[in-house]
Design a protein. Structure first.
Length: 594
């Protein structure tokens, strides 16, 4: 909703959100940039869009509401035609027994819109104000079941199941069944909170799989005859060569679903039965997530916060592909992204766009490697540098030199845990004294599926299960377990697991948590909803520096780090399992190789 500058000023002063001096500065900024005061204060994080609309609702005496799309029946919603609802950003969400119609609008001050809508539904109407994003989310209810629509479109194409590699222009046009199929596959993936879409040709059919919360799940099978047109349609969207089927190709395109913009990173690969396509879904409207929201707490978050405020040095994030390294770096860079620092990155590829950060993508064909890109960045007067990945000694050496010459350098490495990163750098022929003096912190991380809080089940484990947990995590009864109990209490105080009761006491485990496998509602999948990180953050203490200089093994470094207060990933995982954030089985699934 567009709120006038005069009213925004009144609201901010009335609630003491901004001082008159600060407000005068924001008004000047708005005037210079030719934006509204509303846009300016929201972009400067003076007040959130939600809080501003709530303040306006009190000022205008129009009730504010947050709608839940699941609570609105199609009978009520369809009282206003979809075209009209989208035109005025308005939804009818409830009808009382006495005939009162409850209408939520983005802009209830639009008198013409209110009059028109009252003619549609009747004069007995109560008007509410809601956030634009909330209304757009509810408007998606007009679509009904995307999966059912997809089945209809696929059934039309299933009639002729003969394989045909020749693709006509009509087959891949904007309004063709193939174009509809692609749109619905993308929409269904986004609504399922999938991170990747796999389109895989098999001998008799085309398999469609989504990666949801890190686990692949088959969602559909298409007739083999649609493969050529399907691949061609996606290639057109991604600006790839349609007639090139023998070599891998990479591309990118954007779509908008439910008021949010998504970027899709496309990769094609020739396999025995045709061309396989994998699309990575990146939510470009995502705000940066804080470290505590990612799952950092206790020693981990303290060590990270101390490391990222250093004027120079190197901070490394390790873990396998898909363990959330980019998300951790994106969060830290967003925290450090202020107008008085120059942040430059060299990435392969650029996944998250950060406003105000200079992001460069590698291009090996043009000679833009990580090493060459890093050399160029150092001539760009940066304060903070992020190198997507250290793959060789040359890049590692340049990163260390940058850290020595007054830059804060962030990068990733592929190692099993934090401690093995230090010997890996030695293997890249970096001198021990350089590692000891430049590396400030190393993060080892994995992602585990998060239990849906509304349906997670607490149960009393058997003696065998308790002993198995103790054995798996090298825990012993008595003194050792008292430490685990204290850690769980600290995690509860940090907000891990929400309001879940403690699962331990000083004597051992009382309860454990498991998923309700029947829960597939509200974005949950077999009782899991989203993912959370498990972390170990190794701070470079004096004791660790001495070990590096002495050429110690990874095990010796890890033992010293634990003595200095570091929690291993497995221990962080078991604490989160005790708090009901995840399950013991999930922690084992992602840390088993250790």
């Amino acid at each position: 909703m567009r709120i006038s500058d005069t009213i925004v000023e009144k609201l901010l002063l009335k609630d003491n959100v901004a001082t008159p001096e600060a407000l005068a500065s924001f008004k000047d900024e708005a005037k210079q940039s030719k934006r509204s005061l509303q846009q300016t204060v929201i972009e400067n994080d003076v007040i959130s869009d939600k809080d501003l609309i709530k303040a306006f609702s009190e000022y205008a005496h129009i009730p504010y509401i947050e709608l839940d799309a699941r609570d609105i029946t199609s009978d009520v919603l369809n009282k206003i035609p979809e075209r009209v609802a989208r035109q005025y950003n308005a939804v009818l969400f409830k009808i009382d027994e006495d005939g009162t119609h409850h209408l939520a609008m983005e802009d209830p001050d639009d008198v013409l819109a209110v009059n028109f809508l009252e003619k549609e539904i009747g004069q007995n109407t109560k008007i509410y104000i809601a956030q634009r994003s909330n209304i757009i989310e509810v408007l998606e209810n007009y679509r009904g079941d995307v999966n059912a629509e997809l089945k209809e479109v696929i059934d039309i194409q299933r009639e002729d199941n003969t394989e045909n590699q020749d693709v006509s222009e009509a087959e891949i046009a904007e309004d063709s069944p193939i174009a509809q199929t692609v749109n619905l596959l993308l929409e269904y993936a986004i609504k399922s909170n999938a991170s990747d879409i796999h389109i895989e040709p098999r001998e008799e059919f085309v398999q469609i799989r989504y990666r949801i919360d890190g686990v692949l799940k088959e969602v559909n099978r298409l007739p083999k005859n649609v493969l050529g047109a399907l691949v061609s349609r996606i290639k057109i969207l991604s600006n790839l060569k349609i007639d090139e089927r023998r070599v891998p190709q990479d591309g990118r395109f954007k779509i908008r679903v439910g008021g949010k913009q998504y970027a899709l990173r496309v990769s094609t690969l020739p396999i025995a039965d045709g061309e396989k396509i994998v699309m990575r879904i990146l939510d470009e409207s995502n705000r940066s997530i804080t470290l505590s929201e990612l799952g950092y707490w206790g020693h981990s978050i303290t060590t990270m916060n101390e490391a990222i405020v250093q004027p120079n040095g190197m901070i490394l994030v390790t873990g396998p592909t898909g363990s959330g390294k980019s998300t951790s770096l994106f969060s830290v860079l967003s925290m450090l992204n202020t107008p008085d620092v120059n942040i430059s990155t060299i990435e392969d590829p650029v996944e998250y766009k950060i406003p105000g950060v200079n992001q460069t993508q590698t291009n090996s064909k043009a000679g833009m490697t990580f090493a060459n890109g890093l050399r160029a960045l150092l001539r760009q007067d940066p304060n903070i540098i992020m190198v997507g990945e250290i793959r060789d000694g040359e890049t590692a050496n340049l990163g260390v030199q940058a850290a020595l010459t007054g830059h804060l350098v962030f990068s990733t490495l592929h190692t099993n845990n934090a401690a093995t990163t230090l010997p890996r750098l030695l293997d890249m022929e970096i001198e021990p004294f350089l590692i000891a003096s430049t590396v400030k912190a190393i993060v080892g991380q994995r992602l585990v599926r998060r239990l849906a809080r509304s349906s997670r089940i607490s149960y009393e484990p058997t003696d065998e299960e308790k002993q198995a947990v103790l054995a798996l995590f090298s825990l012993k009864e008595g003194e050792s377990f008292e430490r685990i109990h204290e850690l769980e209490k600290a995690a509860a105080e940090a907000g891990i697991g929400g309001d879940a009761p403690l699962s331990t006491d000083k004597d051992g485990i009382r309860t454990l948590w498991k998923a309700d496998t029947e829960d597939n509602e509200d974005g949950a999948h077999a009782g899991f909803k989203g993912r959370v990180g498990i972390y170990e953050v190794l701070g470079n203490t004096l004791a660790i520096q001495k070990l590096i200089m002495a050429g110690a093994t990874a095990n010796e470094i890890q033992d010293q780090a634990i003595e200095d207060g570091m929690m291993t990933m497995q221990l962080d995982g078991v604490i989160k399992a005790l708090r009901g954030e995840t399950t013991i089985e999930e922690v084992l699934r992602v840390t088993r190789e250790q």
